[in-house]
Every structure is written in C-alpha cells, then in structure tokens.
Write a protein that binds this ligand. Structure first.
Ligand code: DGL
Length: 259
C-alpha cells in the first residue's frame, strides 16, 4: 500500500491527486493531529516526529511513503530516506514553476512559519527564483480552519483576506500554495484574486512522481480497507466528521495509539 501522512488533514489535497491517478492502489492516510500544527514547532522536533511516523507506516507495510506536508519534508525527509529502505516522496512549494512562468516578476509563497524559516526554503528560492521577487507569507490560522472543515465562514474569510488583500496591491501574478492545507482554501483565494493570478499547487506533480516509482497495475483486489484513515488523536470522531467537506466522502477513522 501507499502510505501518506501530514500533520493533519492538509495532505488530503495530495491524497485526492494520488488516488485519482492510481485508483488500484490501497492508500493509508495518517493525520498526526496529536501534534498539529507543525508550523510553530522547531525543525528538530518536526524531524524527529517525521521519522517516528514514517517508521510506523513502514511497519504497517508501506510500499512507498508520501510525506504530504511541506514542513515535514523540509525538516525530515533526508533522515527518513537514510533510515528506511523504501521510496519516500516529499512535497515542496512549487517555487520553480511559479518563478519560471511569472510575467510580473513577483511571486508570493504562502507556507507555514517553520517552512519559511527552513534552509530548504532558502535554497529553493536561491536555486529557482533568483530573478524574481519572492514575497513569503505564513497563512496564520489557516491550518486550524481547514482542520475544522471551516472553509468559508466569516472568520476564515477574514484570516485569508488578511494575507491575500495586501498581495493584490503588489502586482503578484503567482501565489504558491506551499502548505498542503492551503489548496482547500483555493476557492476562497480565487474569489479574492480573480482569474489573472495563478495558484500553484504541486498535488498533480506529486501524483505523477508517485506513479513513476511504483507499478500502476492493480496488485490487490479492492476491499473495504482499500482506503484507510488514521489519526494520532485519541478521538477519531472529529476527523471522520470533517472528511466529507474535504474529500467529498465519508470513511471510518481509527486512532493509531501512537504517542
Ligand atoms: N500541511 C503542512 C504543510 O504542508 C503543515 C501544516 C502545519 O501543521 O502547520 O506544511
């Protein structure tokens, strides 16, 4: 099976693309809600937690792991790749394609505080966006709204508007969604920016990368365990309640018992 994880439910934006492109593969999705959000945590803490979760998923029988979280990828993917013998795919903000396609020469990267403070972010900007102006902004409070399945309330609109409205004054023509939670707020962002600004979401590129690393043939008959959803929260009910708002379907959710 393909195993995926995120600090919470944001990685479901990647889950949707992967399950669409590889429908025959069973996928186990783990939300580390006991530790969510990762954004305010230190690189070291996130790296340790990322390795712990990936070991757990490998023990569950993962063929391949997708770290469906920019923050965990930047802090921990190198350690995970050294520690585990299976392919590990990470997610990075789509800075390269955004910078290459920008006509105004100004792009914004929206990501968590930890991601924006990471060496990996500096290195991505240095390598791929040296010729454009990059405006980094954290989506403060956005992750919590997506975790609650609250994608369009007055409070969510205020939190999103506080970040997006100032960007509109700055002639930005690409907004990189550098946190996997943010694509769930893309309809709201689109409403605010109109159709002249491109929102860069890496989900389809990740799905292509996963497909290139594994056999796309059906390997197992579909069962009711084809898609499994796990949370590190002791109470799985809130995640089960929010799944329909994020992926349009209901599934049972189990607690992992992982501390
Ligand atoms: N979804 C995550 C990311 O892509 C992190 C959100 C958080 O826990 O702060 O970076």
């Amino acid at each position: 099976m393909i195993a995926m994880f995120d600090s919470g439910l944001g990685g479901l934006s990647i889950w949707k693309a992967v399950t669409r492109s590889l429908p025959a593969w069973p996928v186990t999705y783990l939300a580390d809600q006991a530790y969510c959000p990762y954004g305010p945590r230190s690189q070291r803490e996130i790296a340790t937690r990322t390795l712990q979760i990936c070991r757990y998923l490998a023990d569950q029988g993962a063929t391949l792991i997708v770290i469906a979280c920019n923050t965990a990828t930047s802090a921990g993917i190198d350690h995970v790749r050294k520690a585990l013998p299976i392919p590990v795919v990470g997610v990075e903000p789509a800075i390269k394609p955004a910078a290459a396609a920008s006509r105004s020469g100004k792009i914004s990267v929206l990501a968590t505080q930890a991601m924006l403070a990471s060496q990996r972010f500096d290195s991505l900007v240095h390598r791929h966006a040296a010729t454009v102006e990059v405006i980094p902004r954290p989506g403060l409070g956005w992750v919590e709204q997506v975790e609650a399945g609250d994608l369009n309330s007055a409070h969510t609109r205020k939190l999103v508007g506080d970040v997006i409205q100032p960007l509109l004054q700055q002639d930005v023509d690409h907004i990189v969604l550098g946190c996997t939670h943010y694509p769930f707020l893309a309809p709201l962002i689109r409403e605010m920016v109109g159709d002249q600004v491109v929102l860069d979401d890496p989900a389809d590129a990740i799905a292509r990368r996963v497909a290139s690393l594994i056999d796309s043939r059906p390997i197992l008959p579909m069962t009711d365990r084809h898609y499994r959803f796990l949370t590190t929260s002791p109470d799985p009910a809130p995640m089960a309640a929010v799944l329909p708002a994020l992926i349009g379907m209901s599934y049972p959710v189990q607690s992992t018992g992982l501390d």
